[in-house]
Write a protein that binds this ligand. Structure first.
Ligand code: ADP
Ligand code: SF4
Length: 693
């Protein structure tokens, strides 16, 4: 197949200062939880993006001074020559596929507590630092500090050029860098030439840009990464105010304007809170005030939306972080006319969540992300099966679908049996909840792939029993029958059944998704899950006219959502929907028409009227079939089944990304002897200095 000429414009080279990008696919800097901590894994991941056709592949933020140490986050750093080795290897991998390598120089200023370096944080003013709310203050930079800072930035740009980077990004975005702190009125009340007017607050950024251009501009492109709107009204930059004026003042200095909105929560909104291309309205003005090329992000996964953004004169380059994580081969697939093969990002921010927990990022759509080097997993190619063994997979949720897709791709004969008429399991159910429609992409991508495989047969409305499983005579059987939500309240905080939860007016998310509703008008949700489910059901029931209360033992509503950058937006939505939020509250008992709660802060019992209750605490594996098959095998030892496994939620309930990963892993490992007590991946090793005498 070849490329549809409609998309030709995405493959036109673009001159960016002294360098030329081979196409319009720009993998913007993005955190990934590997960086300097797991450098080989980071290099493997970046190289894979270049192989997949991203014309520009950048580092995540790279701090260049020990006083801007991003620890404990696993970002890159470039403090001295020792760091050149791994950054150089990344450049080499990116160049191997003809892409340009970019580096984003950063100093997080008063945001970072310098947990590793113990240096005193710096910024425009004396003030407490932000991240982790550690009891540490940043000190105001004096003139000498500003000079040192500029000197270090220039030296970093030169070092980056010498390492081989083609693009140096001077970063003032996300409300998280020294130049953006200087620029923001709320952070900068200085009275010297770096404070006061916009021109003064922008002075440091202008100096950094000009000095970078002067130092390396002959060889490398100098890119501005800049937030034009902070989405906080007049308290911050606005695209029609100082955001625009700042762009006008610096318009022709950089070789490329990479513009977005700030802070990170706003820049990386999930699909629940913002559609594809949502930043366009904020950044559309930029091309009108500069002759330099412009790029933005906005979770673009559709090549039509990309072409449209270019044709409408909004951008010249399509910036992408999450779409490049979900499908590192997106550009190649467009180029080869394989649009149906694109694995579209669902906008869930699980990748961000793992990064925020300082762990290698996981992706709901792409199970190979972070595993490119560690496990040698290529996102597109799997090792061919050495046999034509027959694999039976029972259950077509994300685990079963991915196991079938990957085993099919390897060339096994695959039978996928699903009890329901619809495929997709929990993904199908959850994607019908408010705001989660894009999650159906997890199912749609896999079903689309499987449908084209002659060696994969799918049987719907086929609830298998153990006898039927044996009768099918497969060599390998995977049971991927999922999990169900508990009704009894067992979870993180409560480890014995809550009295009264066996009554008919106590429901679970499975009931709600199956269309059941609580009686009456007043409903209490008990959330000991702390992710999206309770909040979304609260939103749903509230729009249906229920009076909803949401109780959680944590001090914060849906606390884990702070990792996916959604906690604030989620809570705002609940408040807008009129949901009564009850933090620090545990469920003691369910009675008829009321519940008993414990206010854990004030250590007292509270009574509340409730006609119905929805328990969102934890799930139990649906592993009955697995145990039945085990037993049946005991009675029929010569059935011919060589392996039997549980996969996905049926083994241990988790997030969709985990089910997908486990399904993929199952298919990868089929036919191989895997010793479960051996570390199942390559490890990063530190160099240990010899003993000093
Ligand atoms: P996971 O997240 O692990 O993929 P899901 O709960 O999303 O789990 O999917 C499990 C799927 O298994 C559901 O679609 C369910 O209908 C199906 N299923 C459960 N039991 C059987 C069975 N005995 N035979 C066939 N399919 C089954
Ligand atoms: Fe997209 Fe979710 Fe994957 Fe992140 S984890 S890239 S948001 S699908």
């Amino acid at each position: 197949m070849s490329r549809d000429p409609r998309y030709d414009i995405l493959f036109e080279p673009l001159k960016i200062g002294p360098v030329t990008a081979p196409n319009r696919f720009y993998q913007v800097p993005h955190c990934n939880g590997m960086g300097r901590v797991y450098p080989n894994a980071m290099i493997g991941m970046r190289g894979t993006k270049a192989e997949g056709g991203w014309g520009i592949v950048c580092t995540e933020q790279c701090d260049f001074l020990a006083s801007g140490d991003a620890s404990p986050y696993a970002e890159t750093n470039m403090w001295d020559t020792g760091d050149e080795i791994y950054l150089g290897r990344m450049v080499e991998e990116v160049h191997r596929y003809g892409s340009l390598a970019g580096i984003e120089l950063v100093h997080n200023g008063h945001d970072t507590p310098n947990l590793y370096s113990r240096e005193i944080p710096i910024g425009p003013m004396h003030r407490p630092m932000n991240w982790s709310l550690a009891p540490i203050q940043a000190r105001a930079m004096d003139k000498a500090d500003v000079r040192d800072y500029r000197r270090a930035h220039k030296a970093a740009a030169i070092r980056a050029r010498d390492i081989g980077f083609d693009i140096v990004i001077v970063y003032a975005g996300h409300d998280g860098t020294v130049p953006s702190h200087f620029l923001a009125k709320r952070h900068n009340q200085r009275t010297d030439e770096y404070g006061g007017s916009l021109e003064n607050r922008l002075r440091l950024y202008r100096e950094l840009l000009e000095e970078t251009k002067e130092a390396v501009g002959g060889d490398t492109a100098v890119v501005v990464r800049f937030a034009v709107d902070e989405m906080m009204g007049p308290d911050g930059l606005e695209w029609h105010g100082e955001g625009r004026e700042a762009v006008e003042m610096l318009a022709e200095i950089p070789d490329l304007w990479d513009v977005n909105v700030s802070d990170w929560d706003n820049d990386s909104k999930t699909s629940r809170f913002a559609p594809e291309g949502y930043q366009e309205e904020y950044v559309a003005f930029v091309k009108q005030v500069t002759s330099k090329p412009v790029s933005t992000v906005g979770r673009y996964t559709s090549p039509d939306a990309m072409v449209s953004a270019i044709r409408r004169g909004i951008v010249d380059l399509i910036g992408a972080a999450r779409p490049s994580i979900a499908d590192p081969f997106l550009p190649k697939k467009v180029e080869e006319g394989r649009l149906d093969d694109i694995r579209e990002c669902i906008g869930c921010n699980v990748c961000v969540g793992w990064t925020q927990m300082t762990a290698p990022a996981r992706c709901t759509q792409n199970p190979t992300f972070s595993e490119e080097w560690r496990k040698g997993w290529h996102p597109e190619n799997l090792p061919p099966a050495q046999t034509d063994d027959h694999v039976l997979i029972v259950g077509a949720g994300p685990a079963g679908l991915e196991a079938a897709r990957a085993a099919g791709l390897r060339g096994f004969r695959v039978t996928l049996a699903e009890a329901d008429e619809e495929l997709g399991g929990r993904v199908t159910r959850e994607s019908k909840l408010p705001g989660l429609a894009a999650w159906a992409r997890v199912r749609d991508y896999r079903v689309g792939q499987i449908q084209r495989m002659a060696n994969v047969e799918v049987y719907r409305e086929s609830r298998l029993t153990a006898d039927q499983v044996l009768e099918l005579g497969a060599d390998h059987v995977a049971i991927a029958t999922g999990a169900t939500w508990r009704r009894d309240g067992y979870g993180r905080h409560l480890t014995s059944p809550v009295p009264g939860t066996d009554q008919a007016h106590v429901l679970t998310p499975d009931d709600i998704m199956a269309g059941r509703r609580p009686p009456g008008t007043k409903v209490l949700l008990f959330d000991d899950d702390h992710y999206y489910m309770a909040s979304i059901i609260a939103e749903l029931l509230s729009t249906e006219g229920y009076e909803v209360s949401l109780a959680t033992p944590q001090a914060t509503i849906a606390e884990w959502m702070k990792h996916t950058l959604e906690q604030g937006a989620n809570q705002e939505r609940l408040l807008d929907a009129g949901v009564d939020l009850l933090p620090n509250t545990t469920l003691l008992a369910v009675e008829t028409g009321r519940v008993l709660l414990a206010d854990s802060l004030r250590r007292r019992e509270v009574e509340r009227l409730a006609d119905g209750v929805v328990m969102v605490t934890s799930r139990m594996p649906e592993d009955g079939l697995y145990h039945d098959v085990l037993q049946a095998l005991d009675n029929a030892p010569d059935a011919g089944m060589r392996t039997l496994r549980r996969v996905g939620d049926c083994q241990a309930p988790g997030i969709i990304a985990t089910a997908n990963y486990e399904g993929h892993r199952y298919a990868r490992e089929l036919g191989a002897e895997v010793d479960p007590v051996i570390v199942p991946f390559q490890r990063e090793r530190h160099v240990i200095e010899p003993a000093t005498s």
